[in-house]
Write a protein that binds this ligand. Structure first.
Ligand code: NAD
Length: 357
């Protein structure tokens, strides 16, 4: 395919998120979209909203006529649909999580390599300008040594049938903190609970332990919370930064505040504070906002056209699936569990980091 020819993309799954892919891909020049969904009602809705798009009931019907596939079905279907597309030589973008087992995620990475096709995972927040700004603040040293990161993704959420709240929501936070720290966590601990229905945990707390950065991330995900919260807080020794995705115009705030330990040398002085506080300005840097899904899908189309390796290749999706798999083990054992392959993932991250700097 020449760099100027039209790129034909099938979006498989026209649900809540797939419909957004169709909207952004349909807005791009020289991209032709086909909507695939097994549900006739969903296809009728797609045809009404986008009269010019072609529709089909299954991927098999259209695979010969497209260059690339976006997989936006529920997670349990990702691997089978993506494998069929990769084996047919199509480039594939798979929504998060890449797959529901490490074996499936590995098979996807292997198949893409063997067929010389692009495999990308939809870690949308790695295409978000506010997350890039947070990373810039960390990498520049402005925040000082990172003491910990806290992430909260809460709301009265969309209960999923085929996965728990961790596999549904935490891929975002795992991808964000791994991106911020250039590191895959070494181990994880989990507290998770089901409160409604009889299927999956709907509230969970994770701790992710990062070896090289010598820090932790605490992740709270919930489908059962009255408040919609999308927040990442980076607590540094010098300053603290908050990314609030619910804010229209102050997505990032940098707090010039901190706490320092005090030497309390008089044990009889009951009023001596064990710490002292520093307070200063709160600054909200300007973040030029472009819809992250548009940035992500434009990047995918660019990779399809040019053969460039995606910024979130299949291997990054595999890393997150490995962390999610460790959360399953930690939930059952009640203990911290190692993330398989974390050392290999971090060697790869270090090489990429070196190449980029
Ligand atoms: N990146 C993000 O911010 C983000 C946000 C929401 C959802 N997602 C991801 O997007 C994916 C879809 O989630 P959703 O909330 O849109 O789900 P959904 O249930 O709303 O939609 C899924 C659609 O896929 C269709 N489908 C299922 N199996 C199919 C098959 N074999 N062939 C064709 N169509 C099939 C269903 O009919 C349905 O219309 C999930 O992987 C989810 O994790 C990502």
């Amino acid at each position: 395919m020449g760099p100027t020819s039209r790129t034909r993309v099938a979006v498989v799954g026209y649900g809540y998120w797939g419909s957004k892919h169709v909207r952004v891909l349909g807005s791009m020049p020289d991209v032709e979209v086909t909507v695939v969904d097994g549900d006739a009602g969903r296809l009728r809705e797609a045809a009404t909203t986008y009269p010019s798009v072609r529709t089909a009931r299954s991927q098999d019907e259209v695979l010969d006529e497209v260059d690339a596939v976006v997989v936006a079905t529920p997670p349990g279907n990702h691997a089978r649909i993506a494998l069929d597309a990769l084996r047919a030589g199509r480039h594939v973008l798979v929504e998060k999580p890449l797959a529901t087992t490490v074996e499936d995620a590995q098979a996807l990475v292997r198949t893409a390599a063997a067929s010389g096709t692009q495999l990308m995972v939809g870690h949308t927040f790695e295409y978000n300008a506010a997350v890039w700004k947070l990373k810039e603040l960390i990498d520049s040293g402005e925040l000082g040594r990172i003491l910990y990161i806290d992430a909260a993704r809460l709301s009265l959420g969309r209960y999923q049938r085929d996965c728990n709240v961790i596999w549904d929501l935490a891929p975002h936070d795992i991808s964000i903190v791994s991106f911020l720290l250039d590191e895959t966590p070494r181990s994880t601990s989990v507290w998770a609970q089901r409160h409604v229905g009889h299927l999956h945990a709907d509230v969970a707390y994770l701790r992710l332990d990062f070896e090289r950065s010598d820090t932790h991330a605490f992740v709270h995900v919930s489908w059962l919370d009255p408040c919609k919260v999308r927040r990442v807080t980076v607590v540094g020794e010098r300053k603290m930064a908050v990314y609030n995705d619910m804010s229209d115009n102050e997505r990032i705030r940098v707090y010039d505040i901190g706490v320092d330990p005090n030497e309390v040398d008089d044990p009889t002085d009951a009023h001596a504070m064990p710490v002292s506080y520093r307070t200063g300005d709160i600054v909200s840097p300007f973040v030029q906002f472009t819809e992250p899904l548009l940035v992500q899908d434009s990047h995918f189309i660019d990779c399809v056209r040019t053969g460039r390796t995606p910024d979130t290749p299949g291997e990054r999706g595999l890393d997150v699936v490995r962390v999610l798999t460790a959360t399953d083990a930690a939930r059952l054992s009640g203990r911290p569990e190692l993330v398989a392959g974390y050392a290999e993932a971090n060697e790869r991250a270090a090489l990429l980091h070196e190449a980029a700097s």
